[in-house]
Write a protein that binds this ligand. Structure first.
Ligand SMILES: Nc1ncnc2c1ncn2[C@@H]1O[C@H](COP(=O)(O)OP(=O)(O)OP(=O)(O)O)[C@@H](O)[C@H]1O
Length: 455
């Protein structure tokens, strides 16, 4: 999905990817001196930060990439080969950075390269923001390795071409699953498992000496493996904490509408608590299967914030079930839902200091995964709502189209929906009906590791 970014910072770092053959061994630039020192290190190097590059004309190619962990440098020709010249058959999608293609690598391409499918992201060459984003991905993902961060396998930096090569994630991004682009509605425990993994990824980022602030936490940036293990991707907007000390670092607000913390939008002050707020938004999306920002032609202002709409109901046990994704068909632990709603409420606090840390979020979500008092209803087919964000208004069982009770209640509570063309949409949806699997079904088919806390 292309992000709807409400403001865009375009940092042009004075960095070149061309070899500087005249590079002197000592400079008057402390950042450059630090980089040269790091480049000569043979033992385990200390971490390199984004700010190390900001005042420097030094490039990644100017010194050995000793600080990058297991990162391969590819030529453009090699990446063309593995993606069949970026053919449309290999096309996976497009985001703000550029297009993404599937490829396959093995050690015939580079010695020591594990045989595996990969995703190759190619920077839009006309896009202004690209170089800083590309660099952030290489610097951060090239050094930080964790089971819940997508693995960066390598990069290409040739003339003005900037590409990134990641491990391939079989199930694509969470947004497509949650909003039912394909597959059945995600079962409750799968949602918890995905959230827990993503929370662990954020917690890891926040725990460093200089915390990494991810800044763009949203479902399209959470990738899923075959067993629904989640990994954070898209580190283009991430900041490793070093930039705040840098006078060149602008305080422009970046991110995606609906996910950014209110204090960050109003002051530009970015903290780890901004990520916690975004996590709360995604947690709310997982509970409701509604998008952070919903657009309505019929409503007065034309758009509605999920957070503002749902927040009052999160702490009211009598109202809570009204906002829960009806396609779950009640197949969830009520205690788990209540705990998750209470956690979302805390994450979405206006006061950043009242929000929990990601460590607390992980500790709260873990036990919810163990609550398996989940009802198993009959096997039903759900007709997904267009974008699943206009209200879960239509449910199809045995070919019937019915309007659910929730729909009536939601409308009564000021949750507007499109009326025009509804019949037409139902027909269209009925053709694309998808099965809803119970958690138990997935548990069996994917093995017992699915809902256990492996890491
Ligand atoms: N490692 C990967 N494995 C499999 N699919 C991927 C991988 N990385 C990206 N994709 C897919 O490529 C498409 C584009 O992803 P990308 O991360 O560039 O953009 P986005 O996150 O959808 O949008 P934005 O950049 O605006 O946040 C998405 O469909 C995504 O699921």
């Amino acid at each position: 999905m292309k992000a709807m970014r409400f403001s865009w910072k375009n940092i042009c770092l004075p960095i070149s990817c061309m070899n500087d053959t005249n590079l002197k061994k000592t400079t008057t630039n402390p950042s450059k001196d630090r980089l040269l020192l790091l480049s000569r290190q043979t033992s385990v190097p200390s971490r390199v930060y984004l700010s190390d590059f900001s005042n420097s004309t030094i490039s990644l190619n100017d010194f050995s990439n000793s600080f990058l962990t297991d990162i391969h440098i590819f030529t453009l020709e090699e990446l063309k080969t593995i993606t069949q010249d970026f053919s449309k058959h290999n096309y996976l999608g497009e985001g703000g950075f550029g297009e993404v293609y599937k490829g396959f690598v093995d050690d015939s391409l580079k010695t020591g390269l594990k045989a595996q499918p990969v995703a190759v992201k190619a920077l839009k060459r006309e896009g202004g923001q690209g170089h800083r984003e590309w660099l952030a991905e290489v610097i951060i993902l090239g050094q930080l390795k964790h089971p819940h961060l997508v693995n960066l396998i390598g990069y290409c930096c040739e003339d003005d071409h900037r590409l990134l090569v990641y491990e391939y994630m079989e199930r694509g991004n969470l947004e497509d699953h949650l909003f039912q682009k394909y597959g059945g509605a995600l079962p409750w425990l799968t949602r918890v498992k995905i959230l827990l993994g993503a929370a662990k990824g954020l917690d890891f980022l926040h725990k460093g000496k200089k915390p990494v602030i991810y800044r763009d936490f949203k479902p399209s940036n959470i990738l899923l493996s075959s067993d629904y293990s989640s990994k954070l991707s898209d580190f283009g907007l991430a900041t490793d904490g070093s930039e705040a000390e840098d006078s060149n670092f602008t305080k422009s607000v970046m991110g995606t509408e609906g996910y950014a913390a209110p204090e960050y939008i109003s002051t530009g002050n970015l903290t780890t608590m901004s990520d916690v707020f975004s996590f709360g938004v995604v947690l709310l999306e997982m509970l409701t299967a509604r998008k952070a920002v919903e657009k309505y032609r019929s409503s007065q202002r034309g758009r509605r914030s999920l957070v503002e709409w749902a927040r009052p109901m999160l702490k009211d046990p009598n109202k809570l079930e009204r906002i829960i994704d009806p396609s779950l068909e009640g197949r969830y632990s009520l205690e788990g839902i209540r705990k998750a709603a209470s956690l979302a409420y805390q994450c979405l606090s206006h006061n950043p200091k009242s929000r929990p840390t990601m460590t607390t979020v992980v500790k709260t979500l873990g036990p919810i995964l163990d609550l398996k008092d989940i009802q198993n209803g009959p096997f039903v087919y759900i007709v997904p709502v267009a974008g699943a964000n206009e209200g879960h208004d239509v449910k199809c069982k045995d070919g019937d189209v019915k309007v659910t009770k929730e729909e009536t209640e939601k409308e009564a509570k000021g949750c507007p929906r499109h009326r025009a063309g509804r019949r037409k949409r139902r027909k269209h949806r009925a053709m694309k009906s998808r099965a809803v699997y119970s958690d138990t079904t997935l548990y069996k088919s994917l093995g017992t590791s699915l809902y256990t806390q492996a890491e």
